[in-house]
Design a protein around this ligand. Structure first.
Ligand code: 5GP
Length: 140
């Protein structure tokens, strides 16, 4: 399977569709997941096009994990989480639904199960409020 830039995250990266962005650097952007599995569910997306982990440039992967850590630390603080789940899916059989490499960072609270993957759409004002909290934590 080859990378197809005409995917939803490719469109977000090109500014063709909006997102609730919380972070950007030369390598990647991070924004709120529109169907969060918990409050504060954030996606970290490298700007370089690859379908998933399997075809990614190892140099991109090497630079990506520190950003995942940065977002995870900020999310734990912003959402007063007890823990953080990091997920990354590869190909349909692996659970992937958007075919541009991304990493999920999901704040977790003791005893609260994850909502369904690609379940209900969140209200835009809830996503905006979550993004504001996360940006404040990243700035602090
Ligand atoms: P995957 O299944 O590929 O690992 O995850 C794709 C994620 O992207 C899902 O959690 C889904 O909720 C999220 N998603 C799908 N479409 C959009 C979109 O248009 N905007 C944002 N921000 N997230 C999306």
């Amino acid at each position: 399977m080859t990378y197809d830039a005409n995917n939803i995250f490719g469109k977000i990266l090109r500014g063709e569709i909006p997102c609730h962005k919380v972070y950007e650097d030369a390598l990647c952007i991070a924004f709120m997941d529109v169907m969060p599995q918990a409050q504060g569910h954030t996606l970290i997306v490298p700007k370089a096009g690859s379908r998933n982990l399997l075809d990614a440039d190892p140099a991109v992967l090497g630079a990506l994990l520190p950003v995942v850590q940065k977002i995870a630390r900020a999310a734990k603080s912003a959402f007063k989480a007890d823990g953080i789940t990091v997920m990354q899916f590869n190909e349909p059989a692996g659970g992937q639904t958007v075919f541009h490499l991304h990493v999920h960072v999901i704040p977790r609270h003791d005893g609260v199960p994850l909502r369904k993957h690609t379940g209900a759409m969140e209200a835009p004002e809830v996503l905006a409020a979550g993004a504001a909290k996360l940006k404040a934590a990243l700035a602090g």
